[in-house]
Every structure is written in structure tokens, then in C-alpha cells.
Unconditional design. Structure first.
Ligand SMILES: Cc1cc2nc3c(=O)[nH]c(=O)nc-3n(C[C@H](O)[C@H](O)[C@H](O)COP(=O)(O)OP(=O)(O)OC[C@H]3O[C@@H](n4cnc5c(N)ncnc54)[C@H](O)[C@@H]3O)c2cc1C
Length: 311
């Protein structure tokens, strides 16, 4: 198999990967970046970004990522199509296989492969993507001020998102499949004591409707062992909070991860337990999952890589 040696390999082309490429290129690390199946990352799937500092009028997600890409290219980052399909981080130089046909031997690696939100798998989630369906309350909650929204999920994230949205929306329905919440006691109490939140236990969302974006959700309520009731509930926004899947599978034998697969780093740094291997952005962040935090940790990872190579 063809082999190439590089000083700094960046895997992923979201805000974390491109920011790491800008910093690494400017530090003369000649970074090589593989973009993966989704060049530009998650933001290319949304319309306007209104919370990234520096854009008073907001900016389209695709445009922002195109700008970041150009900025990385301007400083000489080598941006390539390709997917990391296997990893051997057992000893330096670390080996990453690209598209099962080429091996990159890297002195440092920045893993910036992101995380994907989980959806229920309904056709309507795709149909209304960006038109009332969201997997990020922090990103999109602002658009639902004084409106009615539903959040799907029964864990800590769902309770957190419901509480956050209750600060903006006029009413929040929490759609929970089970007859109880899985969230921690404190999060459960926060939800149950919030008069704007109504928990719909033993409910399943089975579809959405609306001519102009989401106008309601089709629900099925379980009644006892075999009975069920179907009804429609008018809502303006449908938020998924049933978890994310970090893209960390190929690295798991070498770095520590939490039970969901988020890469664990030394607190306050992007350092994994493998010297010279760093993780930035959503793949290592179960808490914030924002473009600005991904970019920030991408910057930190590149600075760490540069310092690592000096030693
Ligand atoms: C619909 C939507 C709207 C959002 N709106 C906002 C918003 O308004 N404001 C905000 O701050 N945040 C928003 N977010 C969150 C934001 O998109 C993420 O926090 C951010 O993109 C994370 O950046 P990242 O660099 O960690 O990874 P991602 O953007 O997830 O990118 C991951 C990259 O890794 C690549 N990759 C994955 N696996 C491999 C592999 N094996 N080999 C090579 N490459 C690989 C992918 O191709 C992709 O390029 C939104 C998210 C979504 C889904």
C-alpha cells in the first residue's frame, strides 16, 4: 500500500478541522487534512448561522464553511477528499489508512471527525429539515420565541433542551416513550416544576404535518398493554434530543472514550492519552457542540501539535 509521511494529519473538515488547518499551516506544520464524506461538516446541512461571532447579519452554513476552507488553503494546508478507514495509534509514527488504499504516517494527528445527531428515522424529519425540525436547541431555539415546540427524549439532554426552550417558547411538550424519565433526579425536578413544560409519557411521534414547515406532530399514546390512542398536536418546532453518535469508532482501541463514544481528553486540553494525538470539536464534546467551541478546540489542538513537534 502507498505510504506518505506527514508532520500533522487532520481528520475532518468541520469548524474544528479547518481551524486546526489554519493554525497548523501558519505554524509551518504543512498539515494534510482529509475531509471525509461530509466536506464542511454539519454546518453544511443548515441554513443560517446567527450565533457565530463576527457575522452581525448571520451567514449561511455552507458559505461559512467555504470561507473557512479558503482561509486554510490560503496558508497552504493540503485539503484532500478521503475518509480515514483504519487507525493504528499503537506507536509513533501513527498510521491512518485512507479509503483502504493509502497509509498516512503522521507524527501528530488531530481527530476532528464530529458527531451526528440521532433522529427517529421518520421520513418527515427529512422533509421538514430546517423547516421546523432541529436537533439543537441552542442553535435554533431563538427562532421559536413565544411559539409552541415539542422535544423528543427522556434523558438528561432532553430535559436540558426542554428547560432551555421553556425560557424562549410559550409551551414545551416533552415527548417520552417510556412511562418515566431517564434523566438525573435534579433534571427531572427541573422539568416537572416548570409550568411551561408538559411531559407526555408513553408517547411516540410517528409523523409531522404542515404545509409551510412543521405545524404539528402525529402522536401515538400507549394505553395499557395493547391499546393505543392516535392524535395530532399542533406545534411549531420539533426538537430531537435522543442522543448523538461521535465518529470515533476507528480510534476507540487506542484513546479513552465515554460510554457514548466521545473521546476523553485531559481536562481543559485536546490531549488524548496517546502522545501527539489530539481530539477537537464535537467528537470530544458531549456538552457544548457548537461551531465556536469546535473552532476553539481545533485551534488548541494545532497549537498542541506544534508544541509537541518542538520537543
Ligand atoms: C442542522 C444543524 C444546525 C446547527 N446550527 C448551529 C448553529 O447555528 N450554531 C452553532 O454554533 N452550531 C450549530 N450546529 C452545531 C455545529 O454544526 C457543530 O457543533 C460543529 O459543526 C462541530 O464541528 P466539528 O468540526 O467538530 O465537526 P463536524 O461539523 O461534525 O464535521 C465533522 C467532519 O469530520 C469528517 N469525518 C467524519 N468521519 C471521518 C473520517 N472517518 N475520515 C475523514 N473525515 C471524517 C466529516 O466529513 C466532517 O467533515 C448545528 C448542527 C446541525 C446538525
Amino acid at each position: 500500500m502507498e505510504t506518505e509521511k506527514v508532520k500533522c494529519l487532520i481528520i475532518g473538515s468541520g469548524p474544528a478541522g479547518y481551524t486546526a488547518a489554519i493554525y497548523a499551516a501558519r505554524a509551518n506544520l504543512s498539515p494534510v487534512l482529509y475531509e471525509g464524506l461530509q466536506p464542511g461538516g454539519q454546518l453544511t446541512t443548515t441554513t443560517d448561522i446567527e450565533n457565530f461571532p463576527g457575522y452581525p447579519e448571520g451567514i449561511s452554513g455552507t458559505q461559512m464553511m467555504e470561507d473557512l476552507r479558503k482561509q486554510a488553503e490560503r496558508f497552504g494546508a493540503d485539503l484532500r477528499f478521503g475518509v480515514a478507514t483504519a487507525a493504528d495509534l499503537s506507536k509513533s509514527p501513527y498510521k491512518i489508512t485512507i479509503d483502504e488504499e493509502k497509509v498516512i504516517e503522521a507524527q501528530t494527528i488531530i481527530i476532528a471527525t464530529g458527531a451526528a445527531a440521532k433522529y427517529l428515522g421518520l421520513e418527515d424529519e427529512k422533509k421538514y429539515a430546517g423547516m421546523g425540525v432541529s436537533a439543537c436547541a441552542t442553535c435554533d431555539g431563538f427562532f421559536y420565541r413565544k411559539k409552541v415546540v415539542a422535544v423528543v427524549g427522556g434523558g438528561d439532554t432532553a430535559c436540558e433542551e426542554a428547560s432551555y426552550l421553556a425560557g424562549l417558547a410559550s409551551k414545551v411538550y416533552l415527548i417520552v416513550r417510556k412511562p418515566f424519565l431517564r434523566a438525573s433526579k435534579i433534571m427531572q425536578e427541573r422539568v416537572m416544576n416548570n409550568e411551561k413544560i408538559e411531559v407526555l409519557f408513553e408517547h411516540n411521534a410517528v409523523g409531522l404535518y404542515g404545509d409551510n414547515g412543521v405545524e404539528g406532530v402525529h402522536l401515538v399514546k400507549r394505553m395499557g398493554e395493547s391499546d393505543e390512542q392516535r392524535y395530532d398536536l399542533a406545534i411549531d418546532g420539533f426538537f430531537l434530543a435522543i442522543g448523538h453518535k461521535p465518529n470515533s469508532d476507528i480510534f476507540k482501541p487506542y484513546v479513552d472514550t465515554d460510554e457514548t463514544g466521545y473521546i476523553l481528553t485531559e481536562p481543559g486540553t485536546p490531549r488524548t492519552k496517546v502522545p501527539g494525538v489530539f481530539a477537537a470539536g464535537d467528537v470530544a464534546d458531549p456538552h457544548y457542540r457548537q461551531a465556536i467551541t469546535a473552532a476553539a478546540t481545533g485551534c488548541m489542538a494545532a497549537i498542541e501539535a506544534e508544541r509537541f513537534l518542538l520537543n
